[in-house]
Design a protein around this ligand. Structure first.
Ligand SMILES: [Zn+2]
Length: 197
């Protein structure tokens, strides 16, 4: 699909960007493509969630410790009747790319409080860099690397890419960075998106 073919929400008929589209399992089987707002309205209705604020959060700009600006989009999504998932992410084209953060709450939570906690987490992450430039090459600046495991859309599909400091690093490049530590040990810990890396 190219970017100028825009999908439409099957509920409100508004055009939806890929990062804001959710396939919702309809009661009679099959799926409907909904925007996040309509998806939340459907879930709230199904679970009788009267205290849920179905608000749309506008993008914000934040500057990292190197002085680079990042634009973050938000998606707030009900996950069943007792969980609220708030994501902040950068986009490239219509897809999530770069930094991505998650905060979990419950449907009765005050959205601005939850957003405030997420922004705190984003600030903490943007205030440090785990990679440093060495000429044209990147290297691990200290002895800890935090990032996200992602997939290589252009590759064969069985090799991950990692996103460190909001930048996509190929598996080969990441391997090359590790050669600087030959003879050392390491500990690899897998952490849920909602937790602190
Ligand atoms: Zn809609």
């Amino acid at each position: 699909m190219t970017h100028d073919q825009c999908d439409q929400c099957e509920q409100c008929a508004q055009p939806i960007a890929a990062y804001d589209a959710i396939h919702y399992g309809a009661a009679g089987g099959g799926y409907r493509l909904l925007c996040t707002q309509c998806f939340n309205a459907e879930v709230a209705k199904r679970y009788g969630l009267t205290g849920f604020e179905n608000v749309r959060l506008e993008p914000i700009r934040m500057v990292d410790c190197a002085g680079d600006a990042h634009q973050f989009h938000f998606q707030m999504r009900l996950a069943g009747g007792n969980m609220l998932v708030l994501d902040a992410f950068e986009i490239q084209g219509e897809l999530r790319a770069g930094y991505e953060f998650r905060m979990i709450g419950n449907p009765d939570d005050d959205v601005l409080t939850l957003l405030g906690r997420l922004v705190q987490k984003m600030r903490r992450a943007l205030s440090v860099k785990d990679l440093a430039a060495d000429g044209h090459q990147l290297r691990i600046s200290d002895q800890t690397v935090r990032g996200r495991i992602s997939s290589d859309m252009t590759g064969p599909g069985d090799t991950p890419v990692v996103v460190v400091d909001g930048r996509e690093i190929s598996w080969d490049d990441f391997g090359r960075m590790l050669t600087a530590f030959e003879g050392w040990q390491f500990r690899l810990q897998i952490i849920d998106m909602a937790d602190e890396p």
